[in-house]
Design a protein around this ligand. Sequence first.
Ligand SMILES: Cc1ncc(COP(=O)(O)O)c(C=O)c1O
Length: 398
Amino acid sequence: MPVISKKGRMMPASPIRKLVPYADAAKKRGIKVFHLNIGQPDIATPKIALDAVRNFDQKVVEYSHSAGILSYRKKLVDYYARFDIHITADDIIIGAGGSEAILFAMNSCMDPGDEIIIPEPFYANYNGFAVNAGIKVIPIPSKIETGFALPPIADFEKAITPRTKAIIICNPNNPTGYLYSREELETLKAIVLKHDLFLFADEVYREFCYDGKKHFSVMHLEGLDENVVLIDSVSKRYSACGIRIGAMISKNKELMATALKFAQARLSPPTLGQVAAEAAIDTPDEYFVNVLKEYVARRNVVVDFINQMPGAFCPNPSGAFYVVARLPIDDSDRFCKWLLEDFSYQNQTVMLAPATGFYATQGRGLDEVRISYVLKVEDLKSSMNCLQEALKVYPGRK
Ligand SMILES: Cc1ncc(COP(=O)(O)O)c(C=O)c1O
């Protein structure tokens, strides 16, 4: 039999989806499973975006320009200007989700064997993208005690080697919800300039900032035009994960010319997705006002509930729709599986993501879980009740 590639064998399965068979089995047993494990929001996609697809009246669904439909990219220029991010249509390449944009960025900036520094815990799929591009992830720890703030500059310095080519941050962060401050980004700027690195900033949760806090983008940093790559997506912004539209943005012309070659090799981003995304830019502000109000209410339910559970701790993050909470448990993988296989309360249980999958360092995240607050408040309250009852009887309780 022909041998599967080393790369294929190294490719990690999604740590978030690996518990799905246990959830399916629980559902077969008649148990209601609250899904707090994935970032699939239950918020409705704006009607304006769906209508654009319904009204699509061309006879052929053609390939678009490899960098994306020009009218869409031009409209994106206006969208970013609202956030004081000033770019041109040529600084944008549309990808099939932020996922493809990350791959374009890694493949355009880094060679096999190069290293990328990532504060952990981090979005687990960065591991898969890194394997795809043949690059090595170098994690540096952020800590729950600080709410997962940016690790100290000394930790970055220690991690830098001659193979270091880039740093990636996610702001606001998945999985921690942490929103980086201007000062933290200025710190990163100094490291990036000192060592001549690329700075990838995954800002797919830009709209989701709470408590009156404003998002500070890497694009606001002065003097970093050649280094900064912005990763974006409409998946979460418009609750439109399935239209598969994201973007890679940089003012570095040589980099964008390189990325375009990768974009050309896959011909085109999805045409209908771009039609929806272009229309979505006109989503009324009111939509976001309501969405943010809803997410703040949800976050408060989760954070307040967890912090009154004995032995548990949950920071109160200012962005995205995730928290990483510490629970009095021996092993988060075992706990999350047990919740589905062996536990129910009033015929209900919760599906959580073990935080181990968000760490590259073996042994970290054992007593932490990621909770996505993507369900309505009522369901979140029931979920938190389940979790509270589960912690009372879990055999591996610490
Ligand atoms: C931090 C982060 N980056 C990128 C993505 C990729 O999203 P998409 O490919 O749907 O744009 C996600 C999706 O959950 C994410 O959470």
